[in-house]
Design a protein around this ligand. Structure first.
Ligand code: CP
Ligand code: NVA
Length: 325
């Protein structure tokens, strides 16, 4: 019976813990855990948090007396700091858990660790390698688990990127998003988010690094997406141009080889010669200056990279408030 109930929730986008004290909870492991209505609701609340911060007004405290662990198995500047600050401002306590100081590194199993976390924590924000690892934590904990980046997905980033575009006109109607570079975790999540929000998206990658079939199969409205290996092909028709590192965390082995393949995909003035006059440039950061993008574009007038980074705070606060109220 309990399995049947759990499966029902899994199918409907909810995940539940199966501890002795069965209770419903909601995780955020991928952008597909939210529907369009919920995403837009979260954007409204993120806008509210942004406004409150600008006016130095006190925030509501949905996390009062809650302890949230931050388990980061890869480095982070933006995600870690914005979550720590965001949690404190909402009345909670962030606890940074570095894997080298946990018994995980001495072989304690994920499932056993999750069961122990259950005894002390009220939430977990996890940055790890395999998505499966985040899913296992979600499956064996009774509190919300938030994906702070895996090899496959980066939902907090993509949510913020869409919010950053949404707050300009409160609409996605005129946006044509072009992602150029490696079809990585950020690209995968932008694709799934664009699908939910009905945004036209073009993707340009070297042939060997194109979008994986599993991701393409997850897309519901295939008419929104076009793919190419020709860096010039979609420049004219795309008013938002996004790139990310060619070498993601954990991919460092192939460094030199990969760089050669990607050079024609560098975002520079020449590549963008025919871009729409008012195009926006986006990057999740950290950028590898003068590899995937040149300084003049990264620091130029079309770049909204700092808006993206700032908005991480408000979007994550909105997400936390949603998951805990
Ligand atoms: N964009 C992003 O997730 O940055 P960090 O790796 O610094 O958290
Ligand atoms: N694709 C990059 C994103 C960093 C925020 C990585 O996974 O390293």
């Amino acid at each position: 019976m309990r399995r049947a109930i759990r499966n029902l929730f899994l199918i409907s986008g909810f995940r539940t813990s199966l501890g002795d004290d069965f209770q419903m909870k909601r995780d955020f492991l991928n952008i597909t855990d939210l529907n369009k209505k919920e995403i837009l609701f979260l954007f409204e609340k993120a806008g509210y948090y942004k406004e409150m911060r600008k006016n130095r007004k006190p925030l509501d405290k949905p996390l009062t007396d809650k302890n949230l662990g931050l388990l980061f198995e890869k480095p982070s500047s933006r995600t870690r700091i914005s979550f720590e600050v965001g949690i404190r401002q909402l009345g909670g306590f962030p606890i940074f858990l570095s894997p080298e100081n946990l018994q995980i590194t001495r072989g304690e199993r994920t499932i056993d660790t999750a069961k122990i976390f259950n005894l002390y924590l009220d939430g977990l924000i996890i940055r790890t390698f395999k998505q499966k690892e985040a899913e296992t934590f979600a499956m064996y904990t009774k509190f919300p688990v938030i994906n702070a980046l895996t090899d496959e997905f980066h939902p907090c980033q993509a949510m913020t990127d869409f919010f950053t575009l949404w707050e300009i006109n409160k609409s996605f109607k005129d946006i044509v998003l072009l992602y150029i570079g490696d079809a990585n975790n950020v690209c995968n999540t932008l694709i799934l988010g664009a699908d939910i929000l009905g945004i036209k998206m073009n993707i340009c990658t070297p042939g060997k690094y194109k979008v994986k079939k599993e991701i393409r199969d997850m897309v519901k409205d295939k008419t929104l997406f076009k793919e190419t290996t020709d860096p010039q092909k979609f420049i004219k028709e795309s008013n938002v141009i996004y790139t990310d590192s060619w070498i993601s965390m954990g991919d460092e082995k192939e460094k030199e080889k990969i760089k050669k393949v990607f050079l024609p995909y560098q975002i520079n003035k020449k590549l963008l010669k025919n871009a729409p006059a008012e195009f926006l440039f986006m990057h999740c950061l950290p950028a590898h200056r003068n590899w995937e993008v040149t300084d003049e574009i990264l620091d130029g007038p079309h770049s909204i990279i700092l808006k993206q980074a700032e908005n991480r705070l408000y979007v994550q606060q909105s997400l936390l408030s949603f998951l805990y109220t």
